[in-house]
Design a protein around this ligand. Sequence first.
Ligand SMILES: NC(=O)C1=CN([C@@H]2O[C@H](COP(=O)(O)OP(=O)(O)OC[C@H]3O[C@@H](n4cnc5c(N)ncnc54)[C@H](OP(=O)(O)O)[C@@H]3O)[C@@H](O)[C@H]2O)[C@H](O)CC1
Ligand SMILES: [K+]
Length: 499
Amino acid sequence: MKIFSASKIREADETTISRQGITTGELMERAGTEVFLWLKKRFPDKETVFHVFCGKGNNGGDGLVVARLLHNDNYKVVVDIVEGTGNPSEDFTANFEKLEQNNLACNTNEAYEYKKHKIIFLDAIFGIGLNREVGAEAKEAIQRINNSAVKIISIDVPSGMFMDRKSDIAVHSDMVLTFQFTKLAFYLAGNCNFIKEIKILDIGLDKDFIANEPTQFFLTDRTEAHQRYRPVPAHAHKGTQGHALIIGGSYGKIGAVTLSSKAALKSGCGLVTAYIPKCGYTIVQTAFPEAMVLTGGEEHINTIAFDIEPKAIGIGMGLGQQPETQQAVLEFLKHQKTPMVIDADALNILSYNNEWLNMLPENTILTPHPKELERLMGSWEDDFEKMEKIRAFAKEHKIILVAKDAFTIVACNDRVHINSTGNAGLATGGSGDVLTGIITGLLAQSYSPADAAIFGVYLHGLAADIGVCETSKQAFTASDIINYLGAAYLKIEAEKAQK
Ligand SMILES: NC(=O)C1=CN([C@@H]2O[C@H](COP(=O)(O)OP(=O)(O)OC[C@H]3O[C@@H](n4cnc5c(N)ncnc54)[C@H](OP(=O)(O)O)[C@@H]3O)[C@@H](O)[C@H]2O)[C@H](O)CC1
Ligand SMILES: [K+]
């Protein structure tokens, strides 16, 4: 799914208004109606009290439409117009007048009994139009909302959240009902406390505009994942499903390479060879009998040489950074032409030898966690700068960068893809090793590097989303990601069959 900036969303509005021959007020009515219908379905109990906090712009206008529709549908509605939210927009004013005509007064300080009623706070103070720091009055309203113990639903965006820069104060939403497009700011690490859940409401913006307007940002949602997924061909055998080579491990860190190798095989490739130091030989052969094993070095890898022809290589998991290992990795990378995923210590070795980055084959996949990312490309001021640096770094070095985070970002071909699956259960040792294994396994199956990275990250997160429902987040381990890969594939197959 495309992600557009606030200015592009305004263009989409204007195009829709002119092509569909409607007014801005009619578009607002449509947006408000979608919110109303969603609320009505979710909260059928007419005793529910909706307390709507409106700013004076179009986000507030949406809030007023929703308030009127709820009121006319016999819900209990309380409306507060928040001061210090700019000059009233035309459509806000029109809807404010309609509210009076419908006998719904604002700012009445009406008391409602918290015990007796189910209270929902609707947040319509600011939307995508926030363009300066929130002033005292609006801040007070945001704090009041946040300090309440009731369910908070934001219209379009959590009020106070900037679309293009770091936000200091914003509504902490249980649910954001956002119009037509999801927003980039929702996925940034610094904003993670502001949103629990996102629901995109279709408000019928112009389809041609959406299809044709370019953007650099995409959400890897179900549809995107399905487009990149490649089912196993009916005539497949282990020779056609690709051979993955996983290079890594050192004394005390053989688990990393074992997890990675297992994940590669479970992602669907035909054969996996693990290249490890001798100290791990019995461990890998015992823990993972499906793998073939090659060795180099005693307790750490000191040379990388083999006579197999893998279709993809994953390197770095548990490798260590002994001088001999560093030398072996750099020598190895110098001659590589095979599609490759570089992780963990192999990434760190590259960061100390930055000039080597440009020698990597085009579209080599790098999978850093935040610390490794910082070592690679330097630090960043805020999430927006981080995103831009990731995009520019991938472009400059002609690589694919998989920046692991709560919402993992894949930068490739001057585009940024934000993953939509995964949960806090993935914050567990070895989950990165599993991801590298999955991506390497997909590469071995002839997925393009971009598809392997984008789909691999999605699949990894989906396995965790399915898994934690049975294990809990706390008890979820990296091995569970591997165990639930099958369920993730089955879910994707079932969703595709439903279409
Ligand atoms: N396609 C859609 O998604 C549609 C969205 N709609 C809704 O419209 C809002 C955007 O509305 P807009 O009026 O542009 O902006 P806001 O409501 O977010 O903000 C209102 C104005 O507030 C002023 N402002 C900005 N920052 C501050 C601040 N810190 N303190 C006080 N005031 C501030 C600013 O006006 P100025 O003239 O003062 O600069 C804003 O314009 C969108 O989010 C949706 O909810 C449509 O209803 C339908 C289509
Ligand atoms: K809002």
